[in-house]
Design a protein around this ligand. Structure first.
Ligand code: GLN
Ligand code: ZN
Length: 765
C-alpha cells in the first residue's frame, strides 16, 4: 500500500520544560531583564520548542502559536485592536502596551480575561469597539521566517480564524457580526496574502467556535468568509481546524472553500467519526484526524488508535489524511522526564506533550511501514497500559460496590429548606444579616515559611502543628474582635484547596513538573486522579475542632466540593467523569459526617469550579448539571437538619444556572457579585432565590479597602430583590492572597455596614 500519511501538530506548550518562559516573563516585568535580553531569551525558548518537534519527526510543525503572553492577545494586537485607554503612536504596538492590555498599568485597567472554551486556559478578550483594523505586524509571517532561518523548518503558521476571533471578542452588538467580518476581512486577507507570497504551504486557521452550537445565519457568514479568503489566496493551503467538540453540521463544514479540515476525534462524543462514516469525505479535501488526546495526560491505546485510523482510512485515502493531536498540546505538561518520583507503573501510563508526539510518530510508522516496523514500541506501550489497568487501586471492589449502591444513598436532606430554616434559626440564634467570610485568611510570608520548613524537615510535625494552632487562635481572636458572627479557622494549613484534599484522599498522585499554563505567566500543576478515590481519615476535623474550642461563636468547617476537585484535576479516562465525581462525593460525605460528629455543625463545601465543567454544547449542559448537583448533594446532605450547609462559588455568570444552584439545596450560598456591577442582582429580579444567600459585598481581588458607604450601597441594592431574613454579608472570595493591612479595615467596614443595614431593615441594631 503506497502511503503518504503525515503527522502534524497543532500547537505546543510555551512554558518550556522548566517553566523558563514564565521565569523570563516575570524577570522582565520585575525590571530584572532588559527588553533586548528578554527578547533574546524568548527567541531561545521558541527555537528550542521548534527543535523538539523537529527532532520528534513532526511533518507539519506549528509556528506562530508561541507567544509572549496569549495567542488571542497577539491576534488583537496584530490587527490593531488596542483600546483607546492604552493610547500609543500608530505603528507597531510596543511591548509596554501589549503587557498593559494583559495586566493593566498605572493609567489603565487590563482587558478582561476569560476561559478558552471549556479548558482551564484563559485568554485576553479583544475589545473591538470602534477600532479600524490595520495590520500592525504580520506575526505568523515573522514566526514562519524565524523557524525557517533559525532551524530550517518549513513551518505551518497558526492563526485564530476570524469567525472565532470575533465571536470571542466584545465591544460590538451581536447583530453586527457580519459587518465586523466585512471590516476585518481585508486586513485578515492581507496577512494571508503575505504568507502566500512568502511561499507558505499550509496555514492552520483555528475555528473552535465551529464545534459549538452554530446558527444557520452564522454558517452563512462562515461560508462567505472562507469563500472570500479562497478567492484572494488561491495559492495557500488552508487547514480549517476545529477542536474540543464534534461539528454538528458536517455537510456545511465539509463544503467550505478550504483545503483541509481538522476534526477532534477524542472530545467529540463519537460524533465526528459517525458523521464521517455516514456522509463520507469530499475528494478535494484533506482530513486532519485529531486522534491523540491533547487535553489529558494519559498514554494512548495505540492498538485502538490504529483501528480508528483503519476505519477513517476506509473513507479518506491515506494520502489525504493527516494524523494529529485532538487540539493544541498547550493544555498538557511538557514531558514526563522529570517524573521519577512516581510509581513506575503510573509514570508509564503518562504521556505529556513530548510523549504524545512520540505516539504520533509510532502510529505513522505503523501505518506506513507496517506494525512490525514498530513492534517493540507498540509492545512497550501495550504493556505499560496493561500494567496500569491492572493496578489494584484502580479496581477496588469496595469503591465499585459503593457506586453500584448509589441509588440507596439518600442525596437529599430530611426536610425541605423552609423547615430547616426554622430549625436552624432556633439553633443558631444569629443576628439578622449575619456576617461571615469565605474561609481563608491572608497567608503571610510567615505561614509560607513555616510550611517550607516543615516540608524540608527543618521543623517536626509537633513544631508545625503548634505554629498552626497559634495562627488559628490569632485568626479567631481577630474575627471576634472585628465582630464577625460566623467564624472560620483561616485555612493556613492549605496551599491549594484541591491539592490539600488530593494529598489526603486515596486515588491521587502529584507530579513534580506537570505544569500547564493557566493564563499569562501563571501555571498550575493539577493533581492527577489515577485510581479509585477513597476516604482514608478525617482531613479537616482537627483544625476545625481546635478553632471551635476557642470561641462561643460558630466556626464553619471548610472543604472543597467534589466537582471542583474533579474540574481542577487531570482525571482518569477509563471511567466517566460522573463516576469519578461520585467517588469523590462519597469520600467527602464521610468527611462531612466526621465534622458533624466532632461537633462542627456549620459546614461549607466550596464549589468555585462548578461552572467550569459545563459542556460546550447546550444540549449536553443539563445532563452535566444534573450529575454535578447530585455529586454535591451526595457529599453534603447526610447531615442533621439543624446542621447548616454552606457553599461558595466565585463568579457571577449565574442567570443560566440558577436552577442548578438552587437544587444544590445548600442552606447558605456565598457568591461573587461586587465585580459584576449589579448584573447578578438583576438576575435575581427574574428568578426568585429562596435559600440563604450572601452576595459578596467587596472585591477581594483588589487591595483597595472599600468604604462603609460602598458596601451599604451593595447591601441595599441586594435587599431590593432578596429577602432580608435570608441574606448574609460576606466578601467575594477567600482572603488568602490579600495582606492583613487591607483585610482588617475592610472587614471592619463590612461589619459596620452590616450593623447599619440591620438598624435599617430590622429596626434595631
Ligand atoms: N474557602 C476557600 C477560600 O476561602 C474558597 C476559595 C475559592 O473560592 N476559590 O480560600
Ligand atoms: Zn471564591
Amino acid at each position: 500500500m503506497k502511503t503518504e500519511l503525515i503527522i502534524s501538530n497543532l500547537g505546543y506548550p510555551r512554558i518550556g520544560e522548566n517553566r523558563e518562559w514564565k521565569k523570563a516573563l516575570e524577570s522582565f516585568w520585575a525590571g530584572k531583564l532588559e527588553e533586548e535580553a528578554f527578547r533574546a531569551e524568548m527567541d531561545r525558548i521558541q527555537l528550542e520548542l521548534l527543535k523538539v518537534q523537529q527532532a520528534k519527526g513532526v511533518d507539519l510543525i506549528p509556528v506562530g502559536d508561541f507567544t509572549l503572553y496569549d495567542h488571542m492577545l497577539d491576534m488583537a494586537v496584530m490587527f490593531g485592536v488596542v483600546p483607546e485607554r492604552y493610547r500609543h503612536e500608530g505603528g507597531p504596538v510596543p511591548l509596554s502596551v501589549y503587557f498593559a492590555m494583559a495586566r493593566g498599568n498605572a493609567q489603565a485597567t487590563a482587558c478582561e480575561m476569560t476561559k478558552w472554551f471549556n479548558t482551564n486556559y484563559h485568554y485576553i478578550v479583544p475589545e473591538i469597539g470602534g477600532i479600524v483594523p490595520r495590520l500592525t505586524v504580520n506575526k505568523p509571517l515573522e514566526a514562519y521566517r524565524f523557524a525557517k532561518n533559525r532551524a530550517g523548518i518549513e513551518g505551518k503558521p497558526v492563526v485564530v480564524g476570524l469567525f472565532t476571533f470575533l465571536k470571542l471578542s466584545k465591544g460590538f452588538e451581536a447583530g453586527r457580526l457580519a459587518e465586523k467580518i466585512e471590516q476585518f476581512l481585508p486586513v485578515y486577507i492581507q496577512m494571508l496574502t503575505e504568507l502566500e507570497r512568502e511561499g507558505v504551504q499550509w496555514v492552520q486557521i483555528d475555528e473552535p467556535y465551529l464545534a459549538t452550537n452554530v446558527t444557520a445565519d452564522e454558517w452563512k457568514l462562515v461560508e462567505h468568509l472562507y469563500r472570500r479568503i479562497r478567492e484572494q489566496t488561491a495559492g495557500l493551503r488552508i487547514m480549517l481546524q476545529t477542536y474540543f467538540e464534534g461539528v454538528d453540521d458536517f455537510e456545511k463544514i465539509t463544503s467550505l472553500s478550504v483545503d483541509g479540515i481538522g476534526l477532534d476525534f477524542v472530545h467529540d462524543g463519537g460524533k465526528n467519526a459517525k458523521a464521517l462514516e455516514q456522509s463520507g469525505w469530499p475528494e478535494d479535501k484533506v482530513l486532519g484526524a485529531g486522534l491523540i488526546d491533547g487535553r489529558n495526560i494519559w498514554r494512548a491505546d495505540l492498538d485502538a488508535k490504529l483501528e480508528a485510523i483503519r476505519r477513517i482510512a476506509a473513507v479518506v485515502p491515506l494520502e489525504r489524511l493527516i494524523l494529529q493531536p485532538s487540539c493544541s498540546l498547550l493544555h498538557v505538561p511538557v514531558s514526563t522526564r522529570a517524573e521519577s518520583g512516581l510509581d513506575p507503573v503510573v509514570r508509564g501510563a503518562l504521556a505529556f506533550a513530548e510523549e504524545k508526539l512520540d505516539e504520533l510518530r509510532i502510529l505513522r510508522a505503523a501505518v506506513r511501514q507496517g506494525e512490525q516496523a514498530v513492534e517493540a514500541e507498540l509492545a512497550a506501550s501495550r504493556e505499560a497500559l496493561n500494567a496500569f489497568r491492572l493496578l489494584p487501586e484502580r479496581n477496588r471492589e469496595d469503591i465499585a460496590s459503593g457506586l453500584r449502591q448509589l441509588a440507596d444513598i439518600p442525596d437529599s436532606r430530611n426536610r425541605p429548606f423552609s423547615e430547616r430554616f426554622e430549625l436552624q434559626r432556633n439553633k443558631w440564634q444569629l443576628p439578622p444579616l449575619p456576617t461571615t467570610t469565605i474561609g481563608s485568611f491572608p497567608q503571610t510570608p510567615e505561614v509560607r515559611q513555616a510550611r517550607l520548613k516543615w516540608r524540608r524537615g527543618e521543623w517536626n510535625d509537633a513544631q508545625y502543628e503548634a505554629f498552626m494552632k497559634e495562627q488559628i487562635e490569632a485568626c479567631i481572636r481577630l474575627q471576634e474582635e472585628i465582630g464577625i458572627d460566623v467564624l472560620v479557622h483561616g485555612e493556613f494549613e492549605r496551599t491549594d484547596m484541591v491539592e490539600y484534599f488530593g494529598e489526603k484522599l486515596d486515588g491521587f498522585v502529584f507530579t513534580r513538573n506537570g505544569w500547564v499554563q493557566s493564563y499569562g505567566s501563571r501555571c498550575v500543576k493539577p493533581p492527577v486522579i489515577y485510581a479509585d478515590v477513597a476516604f482514608v481519615q478525617p482531613m479537616t476535623v482537627k483544625e476545625s475542632v481546635y478553632a471551635q474550642s476557642l470561641t462561643d461563636r460558630p466556626v464553619k468547617g471548610m472543604l472543597t466540593g467534589p466537582i471542583t476537585i474533579l474540574n481542577w484535576s487531570f482525571v482518569r479516562d477509563d471511567l466517566s467523569r460522573e463516576q469519578v465525581a461520585n467517588q469523590i462525593a462519597l469520600a467527602l460525605r464521610q468527611e462531612v459526617l466526621a465534622l458533624e460528629k466532632a461537633g462542627i455543625e456549620m459546614i461549607q463545601v466550596d464549589e468555585p469550579a462548578l461552572r467550569e465543567g459545563l459542556p460546550l454544547k447546550r444540549e449536553d449542559q443539563d445532563a452535566y448539571l444534573q450529575w454535578a448537583v447530585k455529586a454535591f448533594r451526595l457529599a453534603a446532605s447526610g447531615v442533621k437538619d439543624t446542621t447548616q450547609i454552606h457553599t461558595h462559588m466565585c463568579y457571577c455568570e449565574f442567570h443560566d444556572m440558577i436552577d442548578a444552584i438552587r437544587s444544590l439545596d445548600a442552606d447558605v450560598i456565598s457568591i461573587e457579585s461586587s465585580r459584576s456591577h449589579g448584573e447578578l442582582i438583576s438576575s435575581f429580579e427574574q428568578h426568585d432565590y429562596d435559600h440563604g444567600i450572601g452576595l459578596g459585598v467587596y472585591d477581594i481581588h483588589s487591595p483597595r479597602v472599600p468604604s462603609v458607604e460602598e458596601m451599604s450601597d451593595m447591601i441595599d441594592r441586594a435587599l431590593r430583590v432578596l429577602r432580608p431574613e435570608l441574606f448574609w454579608i460576606n466578601p467575594d472570595c477567600g482572603l488568602k492572597t490579600r495582606g492583613l493591612a487591607e483585610t482588617v479595615p475592610a472587614l471592619r467596614n463590612m461589619v459596620q455596614a452590616a450593623q447599619a443595614a440591620r438598624a435599617q431593615h430590622f429596626q434595631r441594631a
